[in-house]
Design a protein around this ligand. Structure first.
Ligand code: ADP
Length: 191
Protein backbone atom coordinates (compact mmCIF):
# COMPACT_ATOMS: atom_id res chain seq x y z
CA UNK A 1 0.00 0.00 0.00
CA UNK A 2 1.48 3.35 -1.05
CA UNK A 3 -0.41 6.26 0.39
CA UNK A 4 -0.17 9.99 0.90
CA UNK A 5 -2.02 11.93 3.58
CA UNK A 6 -2.62 15.61 2.85
CA UNK A 7 -4.37 18.53 4.47
CA UNK A 8 -3.65 21.99 5.81
CA UNK A 9 -1.39 22.50 8.86
CA UNK A 10 -3.20 21.21 11.93
CA UNK A 11 -5.62 18.97 10.04
CA UNK A 12 -4.45 16.02 12.13
CA UNK A 13 -2.32 14.33 9.48
CA UNK A 14 0.34 13.07 11.89
CA UNK A 15 -2.21 11.63 14.32
CA UNK A 16 -4.15 9.82 11.63
CA UNK A 17 -1.00 8.74 9.79
CA UNK A 18 0.02 6.68 12.82
CA UNK A 19 -3.24 4.70 12.87
CA UNK A 20 -3.35 4.15 9.11
CA UNK A 21 0.27 2.99 9.05
CA UNK A 22 -0.31 0.55 11.92
CA UNK A 23 -3.36 -0.86 10.20
CA UNK A 24 -1.56 -1.53 6.91
CA UNK A 25 1.74 -2.45 8.59
CA UNK A 26 3.69 0.16 6.67
CA UNK A 27 5.90 2.97 8.00
CA UNK A 28 4.44 6.47 8.36
CA UNK A 29 7.05 8.77 6.89
CA UNK A 30 6.67 12.35 8.07
CA UNK A 31 9.05 14.85 6.50
CA UNK A 32 8.26 17.31 9.31
CA UNK A 33 9.23 14.69 11.93
CA UNK A 34 12.44 13.80 10.08
CA UNK A 35 13.37 17.48 9.85
CA UNK A 36 12.59 18.03 13.55
CA UNK A 37 14.67 15.01 14.57
CA UNK A 38 17.58 16.41 12.55
CA UNK A 39 17.15 19.85 14.09
CA UNK A 40 17.26 18.43 17.61
CA UNK A 41 20.32 16.30 16.78
CA UNK A 42 22.03 19.32 15.25
CA UNK A 43 22.87 17.53 11.97
CA UNK A 44 23.85 19.41 8.82
CA UNK A 45 20.40 18.71 7.38
CA UNK A 46 18.80 20.04 10.57
CA UNK A 47 20.83 23.22 10.50
CA UNK A 48 19.87 23.76 6.84
CA UNK A 49 16.16 23.04 7.44
CA UNK A 50 15.66 24.98 10.66
CA UNK A 51 15.75 28.48 9.24
CA UNK A 52 12.96 27.63 6.81
CA UNK A 53 10.86 25.75 9.34
CA UNK A 54 11.04 28.48 11.97
CA UNK A 55 9.48 30.98 9.59
CA UNK A 56 6.94 28.55 8.11
CA UNK A 57 8.62 28.42 4.68
CA UNK A 58 9.22 25.22 2.76
CA UNK A 59 12.64 23.64 2.89
CA UNK A 60 14.13 23.65 -0.67
CA UNK A 61 12.95 20.77 -2.85
CA UNK A 62 16.43 19.45 -3.55
CA UNK A 63 17.04 18.92 0.17
CA UNK A 64 13.62 17.39 0.84
CA UNK A 65 13.59 15.17 -2.25
CA UNK A 66 16.93 13.60 -1.46
CA UNK A 67 15.85 12.94 2.11
CA UNK A 68 12.60 11.22 1.04
CA UNK A 69 14.30 9.18 -1.66
CA UNK A 70 16.72 7.80 0.92
CA UNK A 71 13.95 7.06 3.40
CA UNK A 72 11.76 5.27 0.85
CA UNK A 73 14.75 3.15 -0.12
CA UNK A 74 15.03 1.70 3.39
CA UNK A 75 14.04 -1.92 3.93
CA UNK A 76 10.91 -1.26 6.01
CA UNK A 77 9.36 0.72 3.13
CA UNK A 78 9.66 -2.19 0.70
CA UNK A 79 6.02 -3.21 1.14
CA UNK A 80 4.72 0.33 1.03
CA UNK A 81 4.55 3.50 3.04
CA UNK A 82 2.36 6.38 4.06
CA UNK A 83 3.77 9.81 3.34
CA UNK A 84 2.77 12.64 5.67
CA UNK A 85 3.90 16.10 4.61
CA UNK A 86 5.27 15.05 1.23
CA UNK A 87 4.80 15.94 -1.60
CA UNK A 88 4.08 19.61 -0.95
CA UNK A 89 5.07 21.14 -4.30
CA UNK A 90 4.54 20.19 -7.93
CA UNK A 91 8.25 19.48 -8.27
CA UNK A 92 7.96 17.06 -5.35
CA UNK A 93 5.03 15.30 -7.05
CA UNK A 94 7.21 14.65 -10.09
CA UNK A 95 10.09 13.49 -7.96
CA UNK A 96 7.84 11.12 -6.03
CA UNK A 97 6.43 9.70 -9.29
CA UNK A 98 9.96 8.90 -10.26
CA UNK A 99 10.82 7.31 -6.91
CA UNK A 100 7.72 5.10 -6.97
CA UNK A 101 8.31 4.13 -10.59
CA UNK A 102 11.75 2.95 -9.56
CA UNK A 103 10.16 0.56 -7.07
CA UNK A 104 7.94 -0.92 -9.80
CA UNK A 105 4.76 -0.03 -7.91
CA UNK A 106 2.14 2.72 -8.07
CA UNK A 107 0.49 5.14 -5.69
CA UNK A 108 -2.76 3.68 -4.34
CA UNK A 109 -4.53 6.69 -2.86
CA UNK A 110 -4.17 10.22 -1.53
CA UNK A 111 -6.19 10.87 1.63
CA UNK A 112 -7.13 14.52 2.04
CA UNK A 113 -8.27 15.66 5.47
CA UNK A 114 -10.62 18.63 5.15
CA UNK A 115 -10.94 21.05 8.08
CA UNK A 116 -12.17 24.51 8.93
CA UNK A 117 -9.31 27.05 9.03
CA UNK A 118 -10.34 28.72 12.30
CA UNK A 119 -10.85 25.44 14.10
CA UNK A 120 -7.36 24.45 13.02
CA UNK A 121 -5.68 27.58 14.37
CA UNK A 122 -7.16 26.79 17.79
CA UNK A 123 -5.86 23.23 17.58
CA UNK A 124 -2.37 24.39 16.68
CA UNK A 125 -2.23 26.99 19.44
CA UNK A 126 -3.28 24.28 21.89
CA UNK A 127 -0.59 21.98 20.54
CA UNK A 128 1.94 24.77 21.04
CA UNK A 129 1.23 24.56 24.77
CA UNK A 130 1.73 20.79 25.01
CA UNK A 131 4.42 20.10 22.38
CA UNK A 132 6.16 23.43 22.20
CA UNK A 133 6.83 23.34 18.46
CA UNK A 134 8.76 26.44 17.42
CA UNK A 135 6.50 27.00 14.39
CA UNK A 136 3.18 26.90 16.27
CA UNK A 137 2.95 30.65 16.89
CA UNK A 138 0.02 32.66 15.50
CA UNK A 139 2.16 34.43 12.88
CA UNK A 140 3.98 31.35 11.65
CA UNK A 141 0.74 29.33 11.58
CA UNK A 142 -0.76 31.99 9.32
CA UNK A 143 2.26 31.82 7.02
CA UNK A 144 2.10 28.01 6.90
CA UNK A 145 -1.59 28.22 5.96
CA UNK A 146 -0.83 30.71 3.17
CA UNK A 147 1.95 28.59 1.73
CA UNK A 148 -0.24 25.51 1.93
CA UNK A 149 -2.99 27.29 -0.04
CA UNK A 150 -0.52 28.59 -2.64
CA UNK A 151 1.81 25.67 -3.11
CA UNK A 152 0.22 22.48 -1.80
CA UNK A 153 -3.56 22.72 -2.19
CA UNK A 154 -3.17 22.71 -6.02
CA UNK A 155 -1.69 19.21 -5.78
CA UNK A 156 -5.13 17.93 -4.84
CA UNK A 157 -6.34 18.70 -8.36
CA UNK A 158 -3.33 16.94 -9.87
CA UNK A 159 -4.13 13.77 -7.94
CA UNK A 160 -7.86 14.17 -8.56
CA UNK A 161 -7.04 14.07 -12.25
CA UNK A 162 -5.47 10.66 -11.60
CA UNK A 163 -8.51 9.53 -9.67
CA UNK A 164 -6.54 9.01 -6.47
CA UNK A 165 -8.20 11.49 -4.10
CA UNK A 166 -10.15 10.33 -1.06
CA UNK A 167 -11.59 13.27 0.82
CA UNK A 168 -12.36 12.75 4.49
CA UNK A 169 -13.89 15.22 6.94
CA UNK A 170 -11.16 15.85 9.53
CA UNK A 171 -13.43 17.41 12.13
CA UNK A 172 -14.66 15.32 15.06
CA UNK A 173 -13.16 12.87 17.50
CA UNK A 174 -9.81 11.33 16.47
CA UNK A 175 -11.35 7.88 16.43
CA UNK A 176 -14.30 8.96 14.27
CA UNK A 177 -11.94 10.44 11.70
CA UNK A 178 -9.84 7.24 11.69
CA UNK A 179 -12.96 5.15 11.05
CA UNK A 180 -13.96 7.44 8.18
CA UNK A 181 -10.53 7.00 6.62
CA UNK A 182 -10.63 3.21 6.96
CA UNK A 183 -14.11 3.07 5.45
CA UNK A 184 -12.95 5.17 2.50
CA UNK A 185 -9.73 3.17 1.98
CA UNK A 186 -11.54 -0.13 2.18
CA UNK A 187 -12.69 0.22 -1.39
CA UNK A 188 -9.26 1.08 -2.80
CA UNK A 189 -7.63 -1.73 -4.77
CA UNK A 190 -3.98 -2.22 -3.81
CA UNK A 191 -1.27 -2.36 -6.44
P1 ADP B 1 2.46 21.12 9.33
O1 ADP B 1 1.80 20.25 8.32
O2 ADP B 1 1.71 21.22 10.62
O3 ADP B 1 2.81 22.50 8.81
P2 ADP B 1 4.95 19.47 9.29
O4 ADP B 1 5.46 18.84 10.51
O5 ADP B 1 4.44 18.58 8.20
O6 ADP B 1 3.86 20.51 9.78
O7 ADP B 1 6.10 20.40 8.63
C1 ADP B 1 6.81 21.35 9.40
C2 ADP B 1 7.77 22.14 8.51
O8 ADP B 1 8.74 21.26 7.94
C3 ADP B 1 7.15 22.85 7.31
O9 ADP B 1 6.60 24.11 7.65
C4 ADP B 1 8.37 22.98 6.38
O10 ADP B 1 9.23 24.03 6.78
C5 ADP B 1 9.09 21.68 6.61
N1 ADP B 1 8.63 20.63 5.65
C6 ADP B 1 7.98 19.48 5.96
N2 ADP B 1 7.72 18.77 4.86
C7 ADP B 1 8.20 19.49 3.80
C8 ADP B 1 8.22 19.31 2.39
N3 ADP B 1 7.67 18.22 1.83
N4 ADP B 1 8.79 20.27 1.63
C9 ADP B 1 9.34 21.34 2.17
N5 ADP B 1 9.35 21.60 3.49
C10 ADP B 1 8.78 20.69 4.31
Amino acid sequence: MRLIIMGPPGAGKGTQAKYIAEHFEIPAISTGDIFRANVSQGTELGIEAQRYMDSGEYVPDTVTNRMVRNRIGEADAGNGFLLDGYPRTLAQVEELDDMIKDTGHALDAVVVLTVDQDEVVDRLLQRAETEGRADDTADVIRRRQEIYAEETAPLIEVYRGRDLIIEVDGLGEIDEVTQRIFAALDVVPQS
